[in-house]
Each structure stands twice: as C-alpha cells, then as structure tokens.
Design a protein around this ligand. Structure first.
Ligand SMILES: [Zn+2]
Length: 327
C-alpha cells in the first residue's frame, strides 16, 4: 500500500525500511492512508497517557495543554511513538536522525520502546548532559562538526537506514494530532476558540490542523502561531537571526507553505515575540510552578500580546515542553 502522497504533484510513495525524504519532484509527503498508521495509546494500551488541560492560576480565561508532562517532557513523544510504530511496521532495522533537541530525546525513547537501534547525528557542540540523556535511552550518538555536517551524515545514513524525521515523515503529525483529539474530548467538543502555540518546524501545528480539518470545527477555532522576532521563519524565511528558544529557532521551515495554508484556513495569525518577552514569560511561568522550555514560554508571551491587543475571551495555549531538560 502506498501510504505517502506528494502534496505538490500527487505522486504516491511508500514507507519501507528506507524511504525518500522528498518526492522526486522535490515536494513533501502527506499521509495518503493515515488510517493504516498505528496510533499507540489508542490501538495499544497506555503508551501515551492523556496530559491535562491546566487552568492558568493568573489568567482565568487561559488553559494550558500540558505537553511538558509527557515521558521525555515534550509533545514530540506523541509523534515519535507513532513514527516508531510505523518504522516497525515497515520492517526497519535501524533508525537514524539529525537533531540534538527534544526530537532526538523523544526518538530515543520511542526507539527503545520499539526495540529498534537509533543513531543520532548531532553537532560537536552537543552538551554532555544531552548526550548522556540520549545514551541512557540506548541511542548511539555521533557528535562532530557543525549542524550542516551532522545533517549530511544523517542524510547519507538514510540511504541505508530508516530516516526518523519529525519534519519529513507525515506519520509524526498523526501522533501530534492526538493532542488535539484529547483537547476535544477534555472540552466536550467545545474547546476555547483561540489556540496559541509556538511554531518552528510546525510538527505540532500541522497535527492540530489535521484534527480541525477532520472533525469539521475548523471554522470555530482560530490558530495563532508564535515565533521569535529574532528568527521569523514563517514571515521571512532564510534569515540569519538566532533565538534562545531553540524549539522555534528554525530559519527556513521545510513545511512553511503548508503551515501558511493552514493558518489562512483558520483565520490564523503569526505573533512574533522578542527575546526579552520570552525570558519574562519563562520567569512568570516559573512563579506559577511550571518550568517551561523557552519555546513554550514564547506561547505565554504570545498570549500576553493577544491580551494587550484586546483579546479577552477564552484561550487554549500549548505548553509544548518542559524546562527541566534545559532549552
Ligand atoms: Zn511530487
């Protein structure tokens, strides 16, 4: 069964032990048959537990989806768990990826649970604590050179091994979509009408957009993508600015066009926040008892912007990842 379809030219493709990251035309894959992907936590027992909707103690009209409470402290556990199941289904023997952040940690955990060996290619600057966190989960870590070199090594290995990419394989979005499915269950199908989340590569954003399209309440929800002013990858891709919020520090998101289409479909907007606003939001969340990663703090900074602009109704925001791991 061809499970992949090129969003640009409509050509079909198939996930095997090795699969091409892009269509021959250069387009990116969407899921042609998402119903054939295993959804752990639904099909199997207790792999991904629901995370709570947390009422903000300071803002009575704000709720947080606590993705920081997932096993490795990030929403990426959801996508990685589904992608590992897909890799297993496809007969993969080894997984490979290039990342040093939360995607690698989630991949290492999911790979270990699926008993598939994983190699992580990271830059030589990978901090020792992050390396240890990956190795304790059984991953092989190759840390050398700059980000480009790490990426090139992973691309080369992906000619022989399963490319465990949270950007290129659409099964990842089927996993992150579960966060939206949970929200609908937790709110009796009537969620707050404004959804605010940090967006880098868009791996959570695109999953939530899938859910909205499928349940047909898309019109009732406005999506707000929060980015760092220092790295406005959606509005002005290809810049050289850097943000401390690594999770959203993506200068040129490969799925930018898809993200922009989903934004326009949901009356969405992009809110850009400064490094100072992110730092202040992180401190403020800390005083509420939550250690947030900087990307998640950007969401809080985005909510403050919306409030300042007169948005006074109910808001749902995503606490995408924990700050306990640094980042
Ligand atoms: Zn194509």
């Amino acid at each position: 069964v061809n499970d992949l379809i090129c969003a640009a030219c409509g050509r079909e493709g198939r996930t095997g032990p090795v699969w091409p990251a892009r269509c021959l035309c250069g387009g990116l894959w969407s899921a042609a048959t998402p119903e054939l992907y295993p959804t752990p936590g639904v099909d199997e027992e207790g792999v991904i537990e629901p995370v709570p909707l947390w009422p903000d103690p300071l803002d009575p009209e704000l709720w947080w989806k606590r993705e920081d409470l997932n096993g490795t402290g990030s929403f990426k556990d959801r996508g990685a768990t589904v992608l590992a199941a897909v890799a297993e289904q496809a007969g993969a023997r080894r997984l490979v990826l290039d990342s040093s952040g939360s995607a690698a940690l989630a991949a290492a955990s999911a790979a270990a649970r699926s008993q598939l060996p994983l190699t992580v290619h990271a830059p030589g600057t990978l901090p020792r604590a992050k390396r240890e966190a990956l190795e304790v989960l059984g991953a092989t870590v190759v840390a050398a050179g700059n980000r480009g070199a790490a990426s090139a090594r992973a691309q080369e290995a992906a000619e022989r091994e399963f490319y465990f990419s949270h950007v290129y394989h659409p099964a990842f979005f089927e996993g992150t979509a579960q966060s939206g499915v949970e929200v609908l269950e937790q709110t009796g199908g009537a969620p707050p009408p404004v959804w605010v989340l940090p967006v880098g590569n868009g791996s959570l954003f695109l999953g939530l957009a899938l859910v909205l399209a499928r349940v047909g309440i898309g019109d009732a929800v406005r999506l707000v993508a929060v980015q760092a002013e220092a790295c406005p990858g959606l509005r002005a891709p290809g810049g050289s600015g850097r943000t401390e919020a690594a999770g959203i520090g993506i200068a040129d998101p490969p799925r930018r066009e898809e993200i922009l289409v989903a934004l326009s479909r949901h009356r969405g907007e992009i809110v850009e926040v400064t490094e100072e606003e992110i730092a202040a939001a992180r401190e403020s969340l800390g005083r509420r008892g939550v250690a947030a990663e900087r990307a998640a703090a950007a969401a809080e900074a985005g909510v403050r912007r919306l409030r300042a602009a007169g948005e006074d109704g109910p808001i749902l925001a995503w606490l995408t990842g924990s700050g306990h791991r640094g980042g």
